[in-house]
Design a protein around this ligand. Structure first.
Ligand code: CP3
Length: 334
């Protein structure tokens, strides 16, 4: 077992485990805190509670890394766009306002997110030095989907909204990366030692638009992280065989596979990068032996490589925490 930061920087042939959305809705101890804190953004701004939630899965499962409890939508929030979480509908943001967006500055942005940095400080102090603390941000494209209101129901995306708002799309893609880089650097200064960039909606981008909407915006952030010596993992979810081009262009330290990427294909095509994840979170809902069989596919394929055991997307709310425990034990004994 080795520290995540070391694996990413030195490509050490070691294994490590953490799960996306490891802190959250499937944990009764999270639901307890959540039931007393109806406003999700305010919960993310409560440094003590955010830190407590961050450490809950570490206490329960002794995972190798903690990911800070926050949300990718804290950035639009700090840029002046109010965020509401409507039950069963997902997040809803106030209408995007060009003038308001352009009136932001890095100093007030950083001030608004201070509670997140404070939560990182508290978590780092309480976390064993052997474990990594992961900070994160949404990629520009994924954030603009929410900022322009293109995500209206749980499943659907209104691509037409994006086509009709080319000026706003270009403006956000051009301006937001400075804020994202600042946010990542602030989180590292507060005590995080690895960062992950979530491009959850990259799979919606047409092939011809992938360079301008996905590769280049991710590359800008990855290059910034490299200059600052911050190990960075990218997650361009849903781009299928384009993972190869993404990896060759963006060259992150780590690359999270989604559950559509075949592990063998990944092993042969995604080189010079530390691979992470891939396992479908739905497999944690299957009977134990079936779940182990699926997990083994990844562990076998990446046996002689550095590999971070994780999922192909976040843990589902209906996941049984005991299943998570069993999966971690299976990984450790493998
Ligand atoms: O444990 C962790 O992974 C750290 C915390 C974390 C959250 N959100 C907490 C959260 C992380 C890394 C995120 C990232 C995030 N947020 C993404 C990228 C990853 C992905 O899932 O694709 C996205 C797209 C969001 C936006 C977002 N936040 C949505 C769509 C929702 C509502 C539906 C959902 O997935 O739960 C949230 C709310 C949210 N963020 C919750 C948690 C624990 C649930 C809040 C609740 O209890 O209602």
């Amino acid at each position: 077992m080795s520290n995540l930061k070391e694996i990413l920087l030195n490509k050490k042939v070691c294994k490590s485990v953490w799960f996306m959305r490891q802190a959250g809705r499937y944990l009764p101890e999270f639901r307890e805190i959540r039931s007393q804190n109806q406003n999700f953004i305010n919960l993310c701004l409560n440094s003590n509670l955010s830190s407590e939630i961050t450490l809950q899965p570490i206490k329960r499962f002794d995972l190798d890394s903690a990911i800070i409890f926050s949300d990718i939508l804290m950035v639009p929030y700090a840029l002046g766009q109010n965020v509401n979480f409507v039950k069963d509908q997902g997040p809803k943001l106030d209408d995007f306002n060009v003038k308001k967006f352009l009136n932001n500055d890095i100093i007030s942005f950083t001030e608004k997110l201070h509670p997140v940095y404070k939560a990182i400080q508290i978590s780092r102090d309480k976390l064993s030095k052997k474990k990594s603390l992961i900070a994160f941000a949404g990629a520009p494209w994924t954030l603009l989907i929410y900022m322009l209101g293109a995500k209206q129901t749980k499943k659907e995306i209104q691509y037409k909204i994006i086509e009709d708002k080319q000026f706003e799309v270009n403006l956000i893609l051009d301006k937001i990366s400075d804020y994202l880089c600042t946010h990542l650097e602030n989180q590292v200064n507060a005590g995080a030692d690895v960062v992950q960039i979530f491009d959850s909606w990259a799979g919606l981008i047409t092939k011809e638009n992938l360079p301008s909407y996905c590769y280049i915006p991710n590359l800008k952030i990855v290059d910034f992280c490299k200059r600052k010596k911050i190990p960075v993992i990218c997650f361009p979810k849903g781009i299928k065989e384009n993972y190869k081009e993404f990896n060759n262009v963006v060259k992150p330290n780590g690359l999270n596979l989604d559950y559509d990427v075949e592990p063998l294909w990944a092993q042969q095509n995604l080189t010079n990068v530390v691979l992470q994840g891939g396992l479908n979170p739905k497999f944690l809902l299957l009977p134990e032996q079936e779940m182990f069989k699926q997990a083994e596919k990844y562990l076998k394929t990446f046996k002689d490589l550095p590999y971070v055991f994780n999922l192909g997307h976040g843990l589902l709310p209906e996941t049984d925490p005991d299943k998570v425990k069993k999966l971690i034990n299976f990984f450790r004994e493998y």
